[in-house]
Write a protein that binds this ligand. Structure first.
Ligand SMILES: [Zn+2]
Length: 321
């Protein structure tokens, strides 16, 4: 009887692979500056495909270099653009150093960057778009890594690594490389002239995981037509990690418009709020994060550092939310 039941269950599962796929989850763990909170410098997130492929997105300043114990195995490092708070020009000494309002970022990571140091130490690939791959190849070589581990995925292409399809999508922002990554006479001249070096336009990413989940990582961006035409229309993103910081990117009202009227996902994770958004893990009233959550028509899941959220193939949070 028991065996008959098992066979029956197997037969049902084999007949509906979509069901099995949808039950597998993508695990998302924010790697912010302070455990259990959403703090001012928080950008970094870790994504784990059901097949075990692990992706670090915008390491920034809150991942304490390659030795941060929260990292574990890393297969892919994503960098939306080369601004210091994303590539990581500096970083913390250890998780929880400093305060949520003024996180420690005392370790200088130039001219390599936190992202490159982590990728080389983990033997991970850095996957970027626009003109950034050559820059990262040179930095990886300088760090003793393999320049071939810097891989290109330009707008419209899709690269599959492990079980994850990766592409870049346009972001309307800027992407000047600061003199601190260049050094020498050229770096000094650029700094004196008040200009940055060209590494192509900034990007967002779309990730397609092996359980069918499609995630849009906005990077730093304003409102852009591609969020409707490309991210929703073509890729059909079901989960969005949306930067809401204002001044540099969409603020809460603009970000909510992108979610409600343009991408229309199943769920959203606000990010890059540039504020102390939580206290004891609860959103503080009147913050940008609070304003965004109230304005958004779909469930928002606040990225509390170190707390893993699990999403099924349809974009529904099934654990840790
Ligand atoms: Zn930024």
């Amino acid at each position: 009887m028991n065996r008959l039941f098992k066979n029956l269950v197997m037969a049902v599962l084999l007949a509906s692979p979509g069901l099995v796929q949808a039950q597998a989850v993508v695990k998302i763990t924010p790697l912010g500056s302070h455990d259990g909170e959403f703090c001012r410098m928080d950008r970094a997130m870790l994504f784990e495909d059901p097949d075990g492929t692990r992706i670090l997105y915008d390491a920034g300043r809150t991942v304490a270099g390659p030795d941060d114990p929260r990292l574990g195995k890393i297969d892919i490092v994503l960098v939306s653009h080369v601004h210091g708070d994303h590539i990581g020009n500096r970083h913390n000494k250890a998780p929880n150093a400093g305060s949520c309002a003024a996180p420690d970022a005392s370790v200088d990571a130039t001219p390599l960057s936190n992202s490159v140091k982590i990728a080389v130490a983990k033997q991970a690939k850095i996957v970027t778009g626009s003109e950034m791959p050559k820059f990262f190849a040179a930095r990886m070589k300088a760090a003793g890594g393999d320049p071939k581990d810097s891989q290109l995925v330009r707008f419209g292409a899709m690269k599959t690594i492990g079980g994850v399809g990766i592409t870049t999508v346009p972001a309307v922002h800027s992407n000047g490389l600061s003199h601190e990554f260049i050094g020498g006479d050229l770096g000094a001249s650029l700094e004196a002239a008040g200009i940055t070096a060209y590494v192509g336009p900034p990007t967002g990413y779309v990730l397609r995981f092996s359980n069918g989940l499609v995630v849009y990582l906005s990077g730093d961006t304003g409102i852009t037509a591609e969020q409707d035409l490309v991210v929703r229309g073509h890729y059909k993103a079901k989960l969005v990690v949306m930067n809401i910081g204002d001044t540099f990117t969409t603020g809460p009202a603009e970000a909510a418009y992108v979610i409600n009227e343009m991408i229309k996902p199943v769920a959203v994770i606000p990010s890059h709020a540039n504020e102390v958004a939580t206290e004891n893990g609860k959103v503080i009233e009147g913050t940008r994060t609070d304003t965004f959550i109230k304005a958004s028509w779909v469930p928002s899941y606040v990225p509390l550092s170190g707390i893993t959220m699990s999403f099924d193939g349809r974009g529904k949070c099934v654990a840790g939310c």
